[in-house]
Design a protein around this ligand. Sequence first.
Ligand SMILES: Cc1cc2nc3c(=O)[nH]c(=O)nc-3n(C[C@H](O)[C@H](O)[C@H](O)COP(=O)(O)OP(=O)(O)OC[C@H]3O[C@@H](n4cnc5c(N)ncnc54)[C@H](O)[C@@H]3O)c2cc1C
Length: 104
Amino acid sequence: MELVDITQQADRVTTVFANGTKADGDLLAGADGLHSGVRAHAFAAPEPHYSGYVAWRGIIEEQALPPVARELLDSYGFFLPPREMVLSYCSPAPMTTTARGDVA
Ligand SMILES: Cc1cc2nc3c(=O)[nH]c(=O)nc-3n(C[C@H](O)[C@H](O)[C@H](O)COP(=O)(O)OP(=O)(O)OC[C@H]3O[C@@H](n4cnc5c(N)ncnc54)[C@H](O)[C@@H]3O)c2cc1C
C-alpha cells in the first residue's frame, strides 16, 4: 500500500495509505528508501541530490578470472586511486552453492 500521510499525536502515530486504509501505533519505522516520505515528514532535511558520482558494476565468472585475481576471492577488496573507488567481492552464482569453483 502506498503511504500518503502521517499524523503524530502526543503518544501515537497514524499512517494513511492511498487506498484509504489507516494504521496507528506507538512507533513508526520508515523503510521507504532514498526518497523517504517518512524521513521528510520527521526531519526538515533537504532532498538527496546527485553528487556527481557514477557507479559501474560488473560480474565475471570465477573460471574467467586470471590467476592473480583469484587470490582476491577470499577478500572484500577496496582500491582507492585518486577520485575513484573500486571494490570487489564474491557473489553466489544463480541456483548454485557458494562453493569455490561452482558455476551456473
Ligand atoms: C544499484 C544499487 C546497488 C546497490 N548495491 C548494494 C550492495 O551491493 N550492498 C549493499 O549493502 N547495498 C547496496 N545498495 C544499497 C541498498 O540497496 C540500499 O541501501 C537499501 O536497499 C536501502 O534499503 P531501504 O529499505 O532503506 O530502502 P529500499 O530498499 O529502497 O526500499 C524502500 C521500499 O519502500 C517502498 N516505498 C517507497 N515509498 C513508499 C510509500 N510512499 N509507500 C509505501 N512504500 C513505499 C519502495 O517501493 C521500496 O519497496 C545498492 C543500491 C543500488 C541502487
